[in-house]
Design a protein around this ligand. Structure first.
Ligand SMILES: [Zn+2]
Length: 185
């Protein structure tokens, strides 16, 4: 697997060598319209594990579509502000797996013409907290598209259900859990 880059986008990346280190950093570049113009090796590996179809994450795909409509407005807003002010943007976010709670650091760098380079590095990982793990339960289910906690069966608690972290239950309604809503809402 090698990096994929639109030739025009490669020109924008030329001054960004420092941002693209270390090689383990997961990098993706997007045009002002939100379409992907660049993905590095680490991004492709990560994306393939989560979304097998390259049409969802390769060149020309929408950067925002896979994150869902609850998170998209937030990221569109911060990237637009990044492009407009010319200032880099930093935050951490969850990318949890059935095995671990993982915090990634995201840095967004403004490029020419409203394009953005996003660089993601794993900041912290720990086993999923045992007291927040629960078995699946029947009934209406909501899942938080950010941390992947779910609430189901009339239970008010938001918990991790291992098998629903990688793939939400079919009938789940996307809904931000309270802490994520406080940040993204
Ligand atoms: Zn959440």
């Amino acid at each position: 697997m090698t990096r994929q880059v639109d030739p025009e986008f490669a020109r924008l990346l030329a001054p960004m060598d420092v941002a693209l280190q270390p090689a383990s950093a997961i990098a993706c570049g997007l045009w002002a319209n939100g379409r992907i113009g660049y993905v590095n090796d680490a991004y492709q590996q990560q994306a393939t594990a989560l979304m097998p179809a390259p049409a969802r994450w390769g060149l020309g795909a929408s950067y925002f579509e896979p994150m869902g409509s609850l998170l998209e407005p937030f990221y569109r807003r911060v990237f637009a502000a990044c492009a407009q002010t010319g200032l880099r943007y930093d935050q951490t976010y969850f990318c949890n797996t059935p095995e671990a709670e993982r915090h990634f650091a995201l840095t967004a760098y403004p490029l020419e013409g409203g394009a953005i380079l996003t660089v993601h590095t794993l900041a912290r990982a720990r086993p999923l907290p045992q007291d927040e793990l629960a078995p699946p339960s029947a009934g209406p289910t909501a899942q938080c598209p950010h941390c992947r906690r779910t609430r189901s069966g009339g239970d008010d608690r938001w918990v991790f259900v291992s098998e629903w972290i990688r793939r939400p239950p079919l009938a789940a309604t996307p809904r931000l859990c309270p802490p994520c809503a406080a940040f993204y809402g």
